[in-house]
Design a protein around this ligand. Structure first.
Ligand SMILES: [Zn+2]
Length: 103
C-alpha cells in the first residue's frame, strides 16, 4: 500500500524528502535520467483526506460512546494527531507520471 513513487522513465526510487520537495512543483526533472515527469497530487490528497476524516470521526465516536467522554479536549488532540499523521503519509500516495506530449 505504501509505495514511494518511482520515475516513470527510469524507475528510479525517490526518497521521502525528495518527494516532499516535488510537492511544490507540477513537473519535476528526474535527477537520474534528466527526463521530465508530472507530479499527481489529487488522488493522494483525496486518500489522505478520507483517511483523516474516517479515522478521526470513528475515534471520536468511540470516545463518546464507550468511554462516555464529556470533554472536547481529548477529541481535539486526537483529531489534530490524525491530521498530522495523514500529512506525514501523504507523500507515499503521490504518483509520478509521464506528461502529455504538448510541452
Ligand atoms: Zn528518471
Amino acid at each position: 500500500m505504501l509505495l514511494k513513487p518511482v520515475c516513470p522513465h527510469c524507475q528510479c526510487t525517490y526518497y521521502y524528502k525528495d518527494i516532499v520537495k516535488s510537492l511544490h512543483c507540477k513537473t519535476v526533472i528526474c535527477f537520474h535520467c534528466k527526463k521530465k515527469f508530472k507530479v499527481s497530487k489529487l488522488t493522494a490528497f483525496i486518500i489522505c483526506a478520507v483517511f483523516a476524516v474516517t479515522i478521526s470521526t470513528g475515534m471520536n465516536l468511540f470516545l463518546i460512546d464507550s468511554i462516555g467522554l464529556n470533554s472536547v479536549k481529548p477529541m481535539l488532540f486526537g483529531t489534530a494527531f490524525v491530521i498530522i499523521l495523514s500529512m506525514i503519509i501523504y507523500p507515499y500516495f503521490i504518483k509520478f507520471s509521464i506528461p502529455k506530449e504538448s510541452d
